[in-house]
Ligand binder design. Structure first.
Ligand code: AMP
Length: 397
């Protein structure tokens, strides 16, 4: 039986896809369609080290997926329905309804639709991606893999906000957490690198990419995470503020007369590294910092300090800690950030080996000294493979 999976990630105006083997993780091709619905869209199809680019208007998600399928026909490999075990879909918000990936039918689409108020920016596109794929691949099982599912193991005291009962019951306001597929992948691979059973491993995992979050993981199960009802809470991100006093909303509204939507947009799109330094890309922030830019230097310090605070908090939450694990573009590649976030924590048993930390590499690796009480690891994440693996798990029962 085939273990080939097409993984789809439908965003607000983009569709990312990847064709891979769900067992070995071997990728055959990948691509993206950007600026869907705009005057001029771009499709990039990558196969065998070649990138094929096409520019034209892409009307909607159906047009985007059809364009991707044409790119497969033109540049390979062929993806006949009969050669696919499943289509795996990244779905951002599963609320408290989904703790596992699920096979999607029309009834389930309605349930995911019902969750749109919890993720108005993400879930509509995810649902549309599912609908289109169900139309174009009617004979292939469609599996939804939720970003929130991994965190459904959090205890009630960790996911509950101190707000009135009706907010929590009628409006489902609580911490959900995101980046779940990344945490599932990284915690398994971190345990492997440590030579421990995942069930017997306690980790603080730091997923530091454009979006960023931290999680406390005990025995392969999430017990706390920094993102909340939405991906805005927690660490500093490329354009999102992360933690801030909730009264800032009221203050801005009163002082500037801003609407809730304007404030929401500013906190999601104009804050974080961008708000602090003008640049949302961490590489650019570190370049400017090295050139003596004081705004970039403050952005770096605020970012590293926030990461450090969460490491301390989650160490206390776990009680016993086997490793701190870095992943995501920044976590994987910025030795500077790792050093700034974890420096001076020897009394907690956390140390970095400077040479190991500075060495770059694409592989999972240990960057703490041999025999350290708490290991520090870099584990490149692979969310596509995790989605494919979970989709196969559902199909194979
Ligand atoms: P991701 O969302 O996981 O792709 O991560 C994107 C972030 O990683 C961006 O802020 C990039 O600037 C950052 N990043 C990628 N490569 C590096 C690098 N070599 N050093 C520092 N940051 C990096």
């Amino acid at each position: 039986m085939t273990s080939r999976v097409l993984v789809l990630n439908a965003g607000s105006s983009s569709l990312k896809y990847s064709l891979l083997d769900g067992v070995s993780g071997a990728a055959e091709a990948s691509g993206s369609v950007e600026r869907i619905g705009e005057e001029r869209g771009t499709l990039v199809h990558s196969v065998g080290g070649h990138h094929h680019t096409e520019e034209r208007r892409v009307a909607d998600f159906e047009d985007a997926l059809r364009s991707a399928l044409r790119a497969f026909e033109r540049h390979g490999p062929s993806i006949d329905e009969s050669t696919l075990a499943a289509v795996g879909h990244r779905v951002v918000h599963g609320g408290d309804l989904f703790a596992e990936p699920v096979r999607v039918d029309d009834r389930l689409l309605d349930t995911i639709d019902d969750l749109i108020p919890l993720a108005p920016l993400h879930n509509p596109a995810n649902v549309e991606g599912l609908r289109v794929a169900m139309r174009l691949f009617p004979g292939v099982p469609q599996v939804a893999v939720f970003d929130t599912a991994f965190h459904q193991t959090m205890p009630e005291h960790a996911y509950t906000y101190a707000v009135p009962l009706t907010w929590r019951t009628e409006h489902r306001i609580r911490r959900y957490g995101f980046h779940g597929t990344s945490y599932a992948y990284v915690s398994r691979h971190a345990a492997e690198l440590l030579g421990r059973a995942v069930e017997d491993t306690n980790l603080v995992v730091l997923h530091l990419g454009n979006g960023a979050s931290a999680a406390a993981i005990r025995g392969g199960r999430s017990i706390d995470t920094s993102m909340g009802l939405t991906p805005l809470e927690g660490l500093v991100m490329g354009t999102r503020s992360g933690d801030l006093d909730p009264a800032v909303h009221a203050h801005l509204h009163r002082e500037l007369g801003w609407s809730i939507d304007e404030i929401d947009r500013a906190l999601n799109r104009e804050s974080g590294l961008r708000g602090l330094s003008g640049a949302n890309d961490f590489r650019e922030v570190t370049r400017r910092r090295a050139a003596g830019d004081t705004d970039a230097s403050l952005a770096f310090d605020v970012y590293a300090y926030r990461v450090r605070k969460y490491v301390g908090a989650y160490y206390a939450v776990l009680g016993e800690l086997h490793a701190v694990v870095f992943t995501g573009g920044i976590g994987q590649h910025s030795a500077e950030l790792r050093a700034a976030a974890l420096g001076g924590l020897s009394m907690l048993g956390i140390d970095l080996d400077p040479d190991r930390n500075d060495a770059s590499g694409a592989q999972a690796r240990v960057v703490s000294p041999d025999g350290a009480q708490v290991a520090v690891l870099v584990v490149p994440t692979n969310e596509e493979w995790e989605i494919a693996r979970q989709a196969l798990g559902v199909v194979d029962g």
